[in-house]
Design a protein around this ligand. Structure first.
Ligand code: PCA
Length: 222
């Protein structure tokens, strides 16, 4: 029998990018709309895997962990909606507390509870947020570094991601959270979907290219 050449194709390196489902009475969540548009694209040789995460305490982390196991990404970028912000917000820090002002999508409203009992008070992002800020501003996209991701489901998922990435099993994987403004139909301030998609694409490309962050003032939003 003649040995046939292997037809196995190495799966491309992947980036997991997630968005959340709508919450708080809104019909849309721009984070998921933007991620849905990016799903399947290739950025700098990496396939974008778009995943939707429920805006539900606890369930959000289970879904994230399942996506990590399934896709074994090199880089994980969580995105979420932050109504009232006027720029793409590159989040610096996740804190170990759930403190909900509104119920999540199954009615849970935890107050002053740790995400991981006895876990560290906070984790810093593993994304090069200053380089990403520079890349966005250079392209004319409104952007800022944010010093708080809040205490709702996005922060919980961000903290849970960083807690996982601190384990030896995931030590080579980088990740973090980006908050995005409303879409124009949701209220002001807002950003158009095409601009959000372009901004996220630039941010992902920069994160893939940059392994040593730069120093730059955090303030400017352009
Ligand atoms: N934003 C919320 C949760 C889901 C989302 O898109 C937050 O900032 O916590």
């Amino acid at each position: 029998m003649v040995a046939r050449p292997s037809t196995a194709v190495r799966s491309p390196l992947s980036v997991l990018v997630t968005g959340f489902d709508p919450f708080g009475g809104s019909a849309v969540n721009p984070s998921w709309d933007a991620v849905h548009a990016l799903d399947g694209r290739e950025i700098h040789g990496h396939r974008i895997i778009g995943g939707e995460i429920p805006t539900v305490f606890g369930a959000s982390l289970l879904r994230l962990e399942a996506l990590l196991e399934e896709h074994q990404p090199r880089l994980v970028i969580l995105t979420g909606q932050a109504g009232g912000r006027g720029a793409i917000s590159l989040e610096r820090v996740a804190i170990n507390v759930n403190d909900a002002r509104i119920p999540d999508n199954i009615g849970a409203k935890p107050i002053d509870l740790p995400i991981v009992p006895d876990g560290p008070a906070a984790y810093f992002t593993k994304l090069p947020i200053k380089a990403m800020l520079q890349a966005l501003l250079d392209a004319g996209v409104r952007a800022e570094v944010s010093q708080t991701a809040g205490t709702f489901v996005c922060n919980q998922t961000f903290y849970g991601l960083m807690h996982l990435l601190a384990k030896p099993r995931w030590q080579d994987v980088r990740g973090g959270l980006i908050h995005v403004p409303w879409l124009p139909e949701q209220g002001q301030p807002s950003m158009r979907l095409d601009e959000l998609v372009r901004g996220l694409e630039l941010a992902i490309g920069c994160a893939l290219d940059t392994h040593q962050d730069i120093r730059k003032e955090a303030g400017a939003i352009s």
